[in-house]
Each structure stands twice: as C-alpha cells, then as structure tokens.
Design a protein around this ligand. Structure first.
Ligand code: PRX
Length: 639
C-alpha cells in the first residue's frame, strides 16, 4: 500500500463505534424500509434498477437501451431525448405544485424573496429567452460567475433549457481562476452580477469580470444582473443589464425546453486534480438527472411538506446537484441563504432553521466545527424541532463534530446522512438512507445500483480493517462522461490505475466487518480545505507567479476546523531577501490569483525542495517531516 494511505491511518476513528439505529418517527416515513434487500436486488441487475428510476421522470423520447458501456466511456438511456429542466419545472407546473413554493431565499442583509414553481418556470423561460437574444445556441458554453441569489439558479436552468452548457465558477474564486475557466470552455457569454454580499461586505464581481473580459477573445457578451445597485462600468456592445433585456417583448415569449439527446452535455464543472490546471468535468442531461433525483429521494426522503436547505454554494457540485437540480426534480421546497453563517451573530443558521421550519439540513463538517466553537447556547436559543434529517458532505466528519451535530442540532432525533461523492460522480454514491443504523464518521454503505470496493494496489479486495483504495466497479448514470476536450486524460486519471476495470476515486478508505466504508482522505495531491477541493499544483503555480518566488511546494496539514490547512514551502529567486511582510504578501498574492480559500496558512522559506532524480517535488517527504511521520522510502531522492 502506498505510503500516503499508511500515513493517514492514525487519524481514523474506531470502527467499533456505537450504532445509532433509526428513530421510529424517521423509519415510519422512510421510503426504503430495509437496505439489504433492495441493495442486493439493485446490484444483481443495476440496469433494471436505474431503468425503473428513470421511468419516474418524463422523457420526450424513450431509450432504446439503458446502457452502452465501451469502457471507460458510458452512454446511459441511449437514444432517449429529454431535458432536465422539463422535469425540474414543467412537470410540476402541470400539477397542483404549480402554486407550491419552490424557492425561499434570504440574504444576510435580511432581504427575502419567494418563488412558486409557476414563477420559477416563468423566470427561467425569460432568462433563457435573454440568452437566446444574445445568440446563445445549443452546445454553446456559458460561464456563470454569480453571488448566491435566485438568479444564479435561474441562469443555470436557463442554459440547460436551451441546451447550452453551463460552466459555473464559484463566486469566491478570483480573477485568474475565472480567466482560465473561460478560456478552457471557450465561453461566448458570461453571466455575472454587479456584486454580492458576504459577511457584511460587498464582493465586486463585475469589476473582477472586467479584468478578464477584455483579454478573453472568445467572450462576446457579459450579462449583468443588478444585485447591489452599486455603480459599475458597462462596456457598450459587450455588457448588458439583464433587466433591460428581460423587459423586452421577445423575452416574454414561451420558451419550451429543448428536446435533447440524453447524452447532451449539461454542464462543465472545473475541479482540482493531481497535476496542472483544473479539469473540466462533463455531465449530461439524462443519466445525471436520474441519479440526482433518485439519490435525493432515497437519502433525504423528501416529500411535499419538507423544507430542505443545502448550505453549499451553487458554484460547487453540491450546489449543482442538491441545490439546483435535485430539489426541483423532486418538486421540493428549498431554502437558499446568501451570506455567512455567523452574520451578524453565530446563530444565524439556527435562526433560519427556526424561522423557515427547515426539516432537512445538509451541510459540511467544516461548517459544523466552525459553529461548534461558539458553544451550545447559540443553537439552544432557537426552536430546532422542525428538523427531521441532517446531512454532511465534502470530507470525513470526525466523530466529535458528528456527535455535536447529532445532539445539539438534531436533539438526538435526527439521523445524519453522511454522503460520500465527488464532482465526478454527479450524485451521492456512499451514504446511509434513513433506515440504516449509523456510526459516527462513516458514510456507511453504497447506495442502490452502486458497487464500490476497497482494494490494494493490484485491485484485489482488502480484508475488513485494512486500508486500501476506494474504487467503483460498475458504471453509474451520473458518472462524468469525460474531461472537457481531453478524453485521454479522463482515461488516465480515473481508469488507468486498474487497467480500465475500476474507476479509481483518489481516496483511501477502509471497510469494517459490517461492510461500512470509512473514507480516510485523498491519496493524490488534492487538499480538502474547509471541504473545498484544491490542487497543490494550483496553489504552487499561484505562488510561483509572484516575481520573488522561484519554486514552491504545498502540503495539507490537519486543522481543527478546516479539516486541512495549506502549508507552503518557497524558494526565492537569487538575490531576493524576504522581510517581515513577505509571508503576508505571498498569501495575498495567492488570494488574488486563485481565491481567498487557497491562501496558505503557513509559509516556510527554504533554500531547496526535496526532488526525485527526474525533478518531481517529493511533497510526501515534506509532509512526513512536518507531521513527524516515518519518512519512508527515499531511494528516488535526488539529494
Ligand atoms: O475525498 C473525498 C471528499 O471529497 C472528495 C470529492 O471532492 P469534490 O469533488 O469537491 O466533491 C465534494 C462534494 C461532493 C472525495 O474524493 N469527500 C466528499 N464527501 C465525503 C468525502 N470524504 C469523506 N466523507 C464524505 N462524506
């Protein structure tokens, strides 16, 4: 087993941890009453399982075949035509849900807005017409760089409705990250806002866009939603106010959802990997729609009386699948909050849960740990009795945070659905459903139709209790189809490790004797900081772009709130002498290049970096030294 896997082993909680059986009130209304039977059946014939799920949604043309698997390339629901937004909106507008609340939104400033399914449908059609009037066609890429406001959701759905491919860039990413993503996708249109609010401050999104729009030859138009009302520069012939175009009569016309091949790309979402630039993960309408719908239905048991809140940003896959698409596919009422959890006080979230009667709260270990620090008095001031289920995603949840979440927020009556999945998987893969007994710190067992395993370097299943690599053994409908413009890299990154037999997730894990899977962490050069996925290579190249830096290496270090923090080692160019401000300057530089979340917590100045004879930086050695772990094999070390 690789040393990285070994190195992390000590942090894993005890697998003998106590079981939390489902409370009667949860079990009673659970759609799935017994995991074992359904899982077994689904795995004996996964295609039949997914086909039955797909039949719960509406298709413009039926499929000829459920799956065409030319490993490692999959096509699901072959020959079918559909549009995910038809299932998110039109399907409900035909029923009593037309007047049901679909979206409740509140900003930290206190503003609120609500939309019924009817009004969301109208907003999305209008937005789609505006995009068409800017010349956006089926297959065109549109970059979305927006704050967390309802228009972010409408912009995403509007692209999907006309068959354009959205590429959402998280509003917390800065200029260079946005620039790279626009170039790679060759987007013709960028949708943004004049600004957004976060933690009592204004984020000047449009002025950041101005720094990239001028040097992006592919970009023809910038569509600007008015949010803050602050004055912004508008370049004639390139920049358009959304409200101006939305008012035009042509924008009021009906805009039926385009009938698209089931495999038509829905979105590209850039995510960090081992090497170089972020990779464009490609998802498609048909299979993704089925998986997101099914998993949300089974894991959170959503019903018409629910008020569901996923605290993520729509700029991440969690937001794509479980803010935008999933809840709408279910016809649910979702709540969306723009702002910081601690603004103005650390009870903001708990206040919102009580005010809106949230029944399902889906969040991250980092957020829980962050709020835990402020103590129990803050949540205890609010009536949290509406909650029925809690969720966690993004990184392993440590048992201490799990227990706090369970006891203080869920009052020991709300099971925690710890969902393991990735940008690549499209939807939940390993997660309990409400009927599954829980152990703090594990996402429990694979979901229906999903076959996973923990294997050694040769691809053999390891014994319970042994560390290994997490793999997925069969294709699943929501799987990424390829990396944008790079099918070779897709094969190499995900399928080469076990000669095309298994999808390798890049995580190390352990199975316990009950078949529960304990995810340990990444085995590659990806660092999860506050649940955000960053590549060491990205942070290093941001550092090296500073004129004083000759070389840089980054590692992840365990952090009590963020899960991991970034530590950087830098070598300066000859003749440069650092002073007291140098560290801060470098941190700010990374913030500007990549985004605040990527700023290293610590920076060490060194005279050289450990490298292999072929010149690769051995981050493993830096990490071992930093954490006081065994150094391991150094035979390839150059010096
Ligand atoms: O390491 C795993 C971790 O997050 C990685 C995927 O990151 P990303 O593509 O940004 O997607 C995050 C949201 C789906 C995984 O390879 N991860 C995600 N969820 C969990 C997790 N690790 C442990 N437990 C989880 N529930």
């Amino acid at each position: 087993m690789s040393e990285t896997v070994q190195a992390e082993k000590a942090t894993l909680p005890s697998e003998e941890a106590v079981l939390y059986p489902p409370p009667a009130h949860v079990l009673e209304r659970a759609r799935v009453k017994s995991y074992e039977e359904l899982y077994k059946e689904s795995i004996e014939n996964p295609e039949a399982y997914w086909e039955a799920e797909a039949r719960e949604l509406e298709w413009f043309k039926p499929w000829e075949r459920v799956l065409d698997w030319q490993a490692p390339f999959a096509r699901w629901f072959v020959g079918a035509e559909c549009n995910i937004t038809h299932n998110c909106l039109d399907r409900h507008v035909k029923t009593w849900r037309k007047n049901k609340l679909g979206l409740i939104w509140e900003s930290e400033s206190g503003e609120t807005r609500t939309y019924s399914y009817f009004s969301m449908h109208r907003e999305v059609c209008r937005f789609a017409n505006v995009l068409k009037s800017l010349g956006v066609h089926k297959g065109d890429r549109v970059t979305i760089y927006m704050p967390r406001i309802p228009e972010q959701v409408f912009a995403i759905l509007a692209c999907a409705r006309i068959g354009a491919i959205h590429s959402v860039v998280f509003g917390g990413f800065s200029v260079e990250a946005l620039f790279d993503r626009i170039q790679d996708a060759e987007s013709r249109v960028l949708i943004t806002a004049d600004g957004g609010f976060m933690n009592g401050k204004m984020v000047p999104l449009k002025s950041m866009v101005d720094q990239v729009a001028g040097r992006s030859p592919c970009l023809e138009s910038v569509l600007v939603v008015r949010r803050t009302g602050e004055p912004v520069a508008m370049e004639a012939g390139r920049d358009y106010w959304y409200h101006d175009l939305a008012e035009l009569p042509i924008s009021q016309r009906p805009c039926p959802a385009e009938s698209l091949d089931s495999e038509h790309p829905l979105f590209i979402l850039y995510t960090s990997g081992t090497t170089g630039r972020p990779k464009g993960i490609v998802h498609v309408h048909g299979g993704y729609m089925v998986q997101v719908y099914t998993t949300l239905k089974n894991v959170f048991d959503l019903d018409d009386e629910d008020r569901y809140w996923c605290t993520a940003d729509a700029g991440w896959v969690t937001g794509h699948s479980y803010i935008v698409y999933g809840p709408l596919l279910m016809g649910a009422t979702m709540f969306m909050y723009e702002g910081a959890p601690t603004f103005p006080y650390p009870d903001r979230w708990w206040r919102l849960v009580a005010r809106y009667g949230i029944t399902v709260l889906y969040s991250t270990p980092t957020a829980i740990r962050g709020l835990m620090r402020f103590g129990e008095a803050w949540p205890d001031r609010h009536d949290l009795s509406s909650l029925r289920l809690l969720g966690s995603v993004g990184e392993p949840i440590n048992p201490e945070a799990w227990r706090w979440y369970h006891r203080v927020i869920g009052k020991e009556r709300c099971p925690i659905m710890d969902t393991w999945w990735q940008t690549e998987t499209g939807g939940f893969m390993i997660s309990p459903t409400p009927c599954v007994p829980l152990k703090p710190g594990t996402a429990t067992r694979p979901l229906f139709g999903i076959e996973v395993d923990v294997v050694d370097d040769r691809g053999q299943s390891v014994e319970p209790g042994q560390d290994g690599l997490l793999v997925i053994k069969k294709p699943w409908p929501g799987m990424l189809r390829t990396l944008y413009k790079n099918p070779e890299l897709y094969k190499e990154v995900y399928w080469s490790r076990f000669e095309g037999r298994y999808y390798s997730a890049g995580d190390s894990a352990r199975k316990d004797k009950d078949g529960y899977i304990w995810v340990v962490g990444r085995v590659d050069d990806v660092i999860k900081v506050s649940g955000y996925r960053l590549g060491t290579a990205e942070v290093e190249s941001a550092l090296v772009s500073h004129p004083a830096v000759a070389e840089a290496a980054c590692i992840g270090k365990p952090h009590p709130v963020k899960g991991n923090s970034i530590k950087a080692f830098v070598v300066f160019v000859a003749g440069f002498t650092p002073d007291d401000n140098t560290s801060e300057e470098l941190r700010e530089h990374v913030g500007k290049e990549l985004g605040k979340i990527a700023r290293p917590d610590e920076i060490d100045f060194v005279s050289g970096l450990p490298k292999t004879r072929s010149g690769k930086i051995m981050r493993r050695l830096l990490k071992a030294q930093e954490l006081g772990l065994p150094i391991g094999d150094t035979s390839t070390l150059e010096d």
